[in-house]
Design a protein around this ligand. Structure first.
Ligand code: ME8
Length: 642
């Protein structure tokens, strides 16, 4: 079975930012995993270069459009190359073979009667490259998706009979419940289609930067609508309408997209494919939106994160891990250096890195860096059982692209390993002359690390290769088969000392303030610095604090303490947090349960009277007593307070 995986093709109107990197990382992780397990894999990415938006951007930069597109396209390609993205093809919609394929597809749809000529009257949002009927606009003028002003368009246009595909599309969603991932996004697509589909204008006459209509139509006033041109890249990359050599890779297994372009991929694209009598992709994986410290990233705000800066400062694999682990696939996520640093120090350095360091250290001390034991089953059947059940559970998360759950589960292997070391204390066994037992534990850990890194390879390719080198095996399909599919154990490991893979990070490594600052903002920033000296903080500083709405689900008095109450507060995470608060003199446990509070959610956990406290409640205290700060109206649990 082949596995054809794609990213969106990125518009060449600006450089890549962290959101683009995210889509590309996920697709790369899936592609690498797929290759490791021995599947025929084809991974496509590229750039989307036509349309009014690009034409206007080039004009603003006083460059010929093609030259402008060449330059920006190269910045994407160079970045993916620096990031070692394992794409098999980088397609550009200005590639001649792509244009030929698009013209061919247009001809086929036209010949079938799915495209007809008419007149378009309505509004167009250049930023979203989308037509909107008046009824959908905000205040009769503004784009319902991005809020920008739209322009009125009245021009001759060819239309695609999208309205005739409503029933077939609905039937398809019904029959393929996992076509749209995560499944929680399915309904929004279904409702959109049920709301009625208008025929889609698929050509424009008011500008020229697009693919021309096929010669057979003899109508050179028109160029193609950029979304028709762009979506077709997924098949022109395989040679559709040209040299069709790779078309046997079709249908794609998954198109990764951001939620902003789900509608185009889950409605228009399937309808185009139906018209072309081609099978539909198996999945559309729509991920959420990244913000920075709670704010939308935009050039005008100057808060765009450049993925290269972050990767250089923190490590590329660490960035990949953070982005895939931190945010449930499909949900919006926030990029904060604090959260990133926590993941590096706790998941990577503590859990994984330490385990590797310990095994290197022990193997050196006990057996001169050769781990050789056939006794793992004899002494560690419990751990092997636990390990197997974790490993067996992983595929279902991967199938649904729930990368954060996948990684969370995978990390249980390191807990099993760390626990086994504590329980079996190999250093004691060595002292007691039970070397075979000590080496069995060390071999268990080496096997845990080997198996875990085979399953982590897609997400952290370079790191896992280093782990394989340290343990003396290879990141290859052969080992994947033996250690994962056939569930074998390696008996012998020749250990190579490697420097610690995840040095701890104490402070943010890149400037919190926007990097490149527009001139006009410079004066303001200098003023800001002046203000800092007066004890004022910048907004960035303020956003370092994560404040959330929480619900008190349990409250207890702390015996022997006059002041403390022990609370369990739900802040929208997997489990409630324990918060120990000095409010006993002012509130009884009963009056707190089921009420909402404001929680400082990113404080370092602290111990109060031996109890862990994982947050702080906001309160105001004066001579009249203490009052908790609460939302004026109940809010969804976990909502960010800004
Ligand atoms: O839409 N958070 O291109 P595009 C997460 N050319 N992901 C983000 C993001 C953010 N803040 N910003 C961008 C286009 N993305 C079309 C696609 S496909 C046939 C044509 C990611 O340059 C996300 O995947 O605007 C989004 O879908 C993609 O970049 C859009 O990039």
């Amino acid at each position: 079975m082949s596995n054809y995986i794609t990213t969106p093709i990125y518009y060449v109107n600006g450089e890549a930012h962290i959101g683009h990197a995210y889509t590309t990382f996920i697709a790369d992780a899936i592609a690498r995993h797929s290759r490791l397990i021995g599947e025929e894999t084809y991974f496509l990415t590229g750039t989307d270069e036509h349309g009014q938006k690009i034409e206007e951007s080039a004009a603003k930069n006083s460059k010929p459009t093609q030259e402008f597109a060449d330059e920006i396209s190269a910045t994407f390609k160079n970045l993916w190359d620096e990031f070692n993205i394992s794409y098999d093809q980088f397609i550009r919609t200005t590639d001649e073979h792509h244009k030929r394929g698009v013209q061919k597809a247009f001809e086929v749809m036209y010949a079938k009667g799915d495209i007809y000529k008419g007149h378009y009257e309505g509004n167009y949002c250049v930023s979203c490259e989308t037509f909107f009927p008046k009824t959908q606009l905000i205040d009769d003028e503004f784009c319902p998706d991005c809020g920008r002003s739209t322009s009125t368009v009245k021009e001759e246009s060819y239309f695609f009979k999208l309205s005739e595909y409503e029933d077939r599309l609905l039937a398809y969603y019904e029959a393929h419940p996992d076509f749209i991932l995560p499944k929680s996004r399915r309904n929004e697509v279904i409702n959109f289609v049920k709301g009625g589909l208008h025929d889609l204008s698929v050509t424009r006459t008011s500008f020229t930067w697009g693919v021309k209509l096929p010669k057979s139509l003899n109508d050179d006033k028109h160029v193609m609508y950029v979304w028709l041109d762009a979506l077709l890249n997924y098949i022109t990359a395989l040679g559709y309408g040209d040299d069709e050599a790779k078309m046997d890779l079709w249908p794609a297994n998954i198109h990764f997209v951001g939620k902003d372009i789900l509608r185009f991929h889950a409605i228009y694209w399937p309808a185009f494919l139906m018209s072309l009598d081609l099978p539909l992709p198996k999945h559309i994986g729509a991920h959420g939106w990244w913000t920075r410290d709670g704010e939308k990233m935009s050039k005008s705000k100057g808060n765009v994160i450049h993925p290269k800066d972050v990767a250089e400062a923190y490590g590329l694999d660490n960035l990949r891990y953070f982005m895939m682990r931190e945010v449930p696939f499909g949900q919006d996520g926030d990029f904060s250096q604090r959260a990133f640093i926590d993941r590096i120090n706790s998941d990577l350095s503590n859990d994984l890195g330490n385990l590797l360091n310990r095994i290197i250290g022990m193997s050196g001390k006990y057996s001169e860096y050769i781990i050789d034991s056939k006794d793992v089953e004899k002494y560690h059947s419990k751990e092997l059982q636990q390990m197997k059940s974790v490993l067996d559970s992983l595929d279902k998360y991967l199938d649904e692209i729930q990368m954060h759950r996948y990684l969370e589960e995978l990390w249980k292997l390191f807990s099993i390993g760390n626990r086994a070391i504590e329980e079996h204390a190999p250093w004691v066994k060595i002292k007691n002359g039970q070397k075979d037992q000590a080496l069995a534990t060390v071999a268990l850990i080496a096997n845990i690390l080997a198996k875990a890194s085979l399953r982590l390879h897609g997400v952290m390719p370079e790191t896992t290769k280093k782990i394989a080198t340290a343990l003396g095996f290879e990141m290859s399909s052969r080992y994947y088969k033996e250690l994962i599919l056939d569930d074998e154990l390696l008996n012998t490991f020749t250990i190579e000392k490697v420097p610690p893979l995840f040095p701890r990070v104490d402070e943010p490594l890149i400037a919190e303030a926007p990097k490149a600052m527009p001139k006009a903002d410079k004066q303001e920033s200098e003023n800001q610095e002046q203000k800092n000296e007066d004890n004022l903080i910048t907004i960035d500083k303020f956003f370092e604090t994560s404040l959330k709405i929480g619900l008190v689900v349990e409250a207890q008095e702390v015996a022997k303490s006059k002041k403390l109450l022990k609370l369990q507060v739900d802040v929208g995470e997997d489990k409630p947090r324990q918060v120990v608060a000095g409010i006993k003199e002012f509130y009884s446990p009963d009056e707190l349960v089921d009420t909402q509070v404001c929680v400082v959610a990113n404080l370092k956990p602290a111990k109060l009277m031996g109890m862990l406290s994982e947050g702080m409640l906001l309160a105001a205290k004066d001579s009249d007593g203490l009052s908790l700060i609460r939302p004026e109206k109940p809010k969804k649990i976990g909502t960010d307070i800004k």
